[in-house]
Write a protein that binds this ligand. Structure first.
Ligand code: FAD
Length: 382
């Protein structure tokens, strides 16, 4: 008989889906509750570095992702105004050889759909917005917006930047608006053929206070994507994103290189997102509740490692439960925190400063990390 604890994962985002898949694979009876009624193919891309691809290998979807994604040979950083190269970070074969897996860029919706498909569909519940959680010592009782309640032995808060579980642990506190927004647009590569310009597979165009990151999101390179970082002093829209426009993009990137102007000219739909952060949290877990991903360390996306940290968290959490034995969940949660706090906080800081790969540097501490092999540090005795 399976005497493993019943685990509830709140949120089926990239972190929650990874946690659910790895827990189910390890034999934990796991239910995943997601507030959205369904997921749609939102117009966005995402980088998956070798550090994340090692987790995807364990989940069993590395090959599919390698087919699905674009495989840039380099990450280029270029001066947005002159086009001059500031860094050329080798990826491609170099990444496979030196970091142990590929570096790919994919459509976020395609990645998410694939990850969610790895979950036991009978234990994945949509339209389930958690509104309250009561850690009763022996069990946790969860209440959902539809009035239903459920129980679990352990609850993982993978519920994003406005996490209910974080609120339960630390009280209500809005995330910090960073003062930066991101514009996101997907462009048909067909349109770019009209230009006598080189559209590189992974390039970040920089100037003093803003940037535009550009890459393909499909293996056939039919969809090209840009995501920006642009200062905007306030965000008063009250929604997670708003529509932007070609005019706004032209204004924001006035004087930028002709390649960037071509991308703006080819833009049909562009959205604008506030970039939110929190300072590192003093508490990641309490009794039967534990946090991962944006619920505990939301960051500016300027290292393209936010989801990567959520997915690494999920893998480390399952590793620690297995290492300690899930019935000693408090020790397992503390081992997890001890082995994630420093790395996640460092990535938060570098993302905040927006210095990652701006000049040539060695990215091995990020890309070479293997969450399954890294030696575990013991928590400090208290
Ligand atoms: P989320 O993805 O936010 O998922 C949380 C889930 O929980 C959602 O599905 C939500 O609906 C659900 N939920 C919330 N509240 C409840 C509730 N009460 N009850 C039930 N369900 C609930 N990261 C990268 O690694 N690479 C990139 O290239 C990259 N680019 C980015 C570009 C932009 C513009 C932005 C904004 C972010 C980017 N990120 C990137 C960061 C990445 O998107 C996040 O860090 C990542 O999505 C965090 O995953 P998560 O699972 O922790 O949270």
């Amino acid at each position: 008989m399976n005497n493993k604890p019943i685990i509830a994962v709140i949120g089926a985002g990239l972190g929650g889906a990874a946690a659910g898949a790895l827990l189910q694979q390890a034999g934990y009876p796991t239910k995943v509750y997601e507030q959205a009624p369904a997921f749609s193919r939102l117009g966005a891309g995402i980088h998956l570095g070798p550090n994340v691809m090692k987790v995807m290998r364990r989940i069993g979807i590395e090959d599919k992702l390698n087919t699905m994604g674009s495989h840039p040979d380099h990450w280029f950083s270029r001066n947005g105004l002159t086009g001059e190269y500031q860094s050329r970070i080798p990826l491609g074969d170099f990444a496979r050889e030196h970091y142990g897996a590929a570096y790919i860029t994919v459509h976020r919706g395609d990645l998410h759909e694939l990850m969610v498909s790895t979950l036991d569909q009978e234990n994945l519940f949509f339209d389930k917005r958690l509104v309250d959680v009561d850690d009763q010592g022996g069990k946790v009782r969860m209440t959902f917006a539809d009035g239903t309640t459920e129980e679990a032995d352990l609850v993982i808060g993978a519920d994003g930047v406005n996490s209910q579980i974080r609120e339960k642990l630390l009280g209500s506190e809005a995330p910090i608006y960073s003062g930066w927004v991101a514009h996101r647009a997907i462009i048909s590569a067909e349109k770019l053929k009209a230009y006598d310009l080189d559209f590189e597979a992974c390039v970040k165009w920089w100037s003093e206070d803003r940037h535009m990151m550009v890459y393909f999101v499909t293996g056939d390179e039919k969809e090209y994507y840009y995501v920006t970082g642009v200062p905007e002093p306030e965000w008063n829209h009250g929604t997670s994103f708003v529509d932007s426009s070609q005019e706004e993009m032209r204004e924001a990137f006035k004087g930028y290189h002709p390649t960037v102007q071509a991308l703006i000219d080819c833009t049909e739909t562009v959205t604008k997102w506030p970039l939110l952060e929190r300072n590192p949290l003093p508490l990641w877990h309490d009794n039967r509740l534990v946090l991962l991903g944006d619920a505990c360390h939301p960051m500016k996306p300027h290292m393209a490692q936010g989801a990567a940290m959520a997915i690494e968290d999920a893998a480390m959490l399952v590793r620690c439960l297995e290492e300690v034995g899930a019935n000693h969940y408090r020790e397992a949660f503390e081992l997890y925190r001890t082995n994630r706090f420093e790395r996640a906080s460092r990535v938060q800081k570098v993302s905040h400063d927006n210095t990652w790969l701006r000049q040539d540097e060695d990215p091995a501490w990020v890309f070479g990390y293997d969450v399954f092999e890294t030696p575990l540090k013991a928590p400090e005795a208290v």
